[in-house]
Write a new protein. Structure first.
Length: 320
């Protein structure tokens, strides 16, 4: 594995971060795999002063008058880690939440993500065999690079507040996930959770977890995934989902989540409709992302603050 990999983790809980580091220390490699911690608090806690860690004061110092683009009091603060990783020349970015833990199925967690991103995939047809080109596939359709791999989870699933409240207490049913990555066809979309996600530096300028303000923090990763998928489709890049798995043991507070989700629910419907209607392509993924952001503000009036944040991110990416 020759690629340099950044593992970006946002947190506002230093104690939970210590547990994360203890659990995941085996994936770090001083030559290839680095942990970048983004603390969602004013300054980096003293125990992490010598780590690759940043907090609000570092965001302000690095981005100056553009620091508002990075969300505060939100998991979307991870966007600073993406900016940081790109500036530092990493080839692959893996982002995780601080409450996920290793699953026995993925002792080679980073290698599985890297392998998924090294694949070539067919975008417009389905090959039913994961490793062999089956009879009848058209040869004029060339495989394309994979740019994003969504890793899945065991334990507590990523559900909305209504589903969580309806489920009540008790364990969630567990399923046996498909053991290989599956391709999301061009023109199809999926809700992308940020707890276990990897993408290449090629698409990273278009992978922004937006500053949605204090009332819509539950939507930033979903909307980031939609816009990144639009960019990937436009540039012939594939999205996959499947291995590696993590264990997610901690459910969100359903009442707090319900309040947060309520503010963005109608806008979420508008964004999904927008994604299915707009066809945008420019010369680079970043320029396509910028075109999508501009069109969003024009087509969906309630999304204008989101559009402004996305355009701010595009400016950060252009200016380095």
């Amino acid at each position: 594995m020759g690629e340099r990999v950044a593992v970006v983790v946002p947190t506002n809980r230093p104690d939970r971060m210590a547990e994360f580091v203890a659990a995941w220390d085996f994936i770090l490699d001083p030559d290839r795999v680095d942990l970048l911690i983004v603390f969602d608090m004013p300054s980096v806690p003293a125990p992490y002063a010598t780590w690759n860690a940043a907090a609000w004061e570092d965001i302000d110092a690095a981005l100056k008058d553009m620091a508002w683009v990075i969300a505060r009091r939100s998991p979307a603060v991870r966007s600073f880690g993406i900016w940081w990783a790109l500036r530092s020349g990493y080839d692959i970015i893996i982002t995780m939440d601080d409450d996920v833990r290793p699953d026995p199925s993925a002792p080679d967690f980073v290698a599985q993500h890297v392998a998924a991103l090294r694949r070539m995939a067919l975008l417009d047809v389905v090959n039913p065999h994961p490793h062999v080109r089956v009879r009848g596939l058209p040869y004029e359709m060339s495989p394309v690079p994979v740019a994003v791999n969504l890793g899945l989870w065991q334990g507590v699933p990523d559900v909305d507040a209504e589903t969580q409240l309806a489920h009540g207490v008790g364990p969630w049913p567990q399923i046996e996930w498909c053991p290989y990555s599956r391709v999301v066809a061009r023109g199809q979309f999926l809700p992308v959770c940020s707890m276990n996600l990897a993408f290449t530096a090629d698409i990273a300028p278009a992978y922004y977890f937006p500053n949605t303000g204090p009332t819509m923090r539950r939507w930033n990763d979903i909307w980031a995934g939609i816009f990144a998928k639009m960019v990937a489709d436009a540039h012939g890049l594939a999205f996959t989902y499947g291995p590696p798995l993590v264990r997610h043991e901690r459910a969100s507070d359903p009442i707090a989540s319900l309040e947060d989700e309520a503010y963005g629910m109608a806008l979420n419907e508008d964004i999904w409709r927008f994604a299915r209607r707009l066809l945008a392509r420019s010369s680079t993924p970043l320029l396509t992302y910028e075109a999508i952001a501009g069109a969003l503000g024009e087509w969906v009036p309630d999304a204008r603050p989101l559009s402004r944040a996305m355009l701010g991110w595009a400016r950060l990416m252009r200016e380095g």
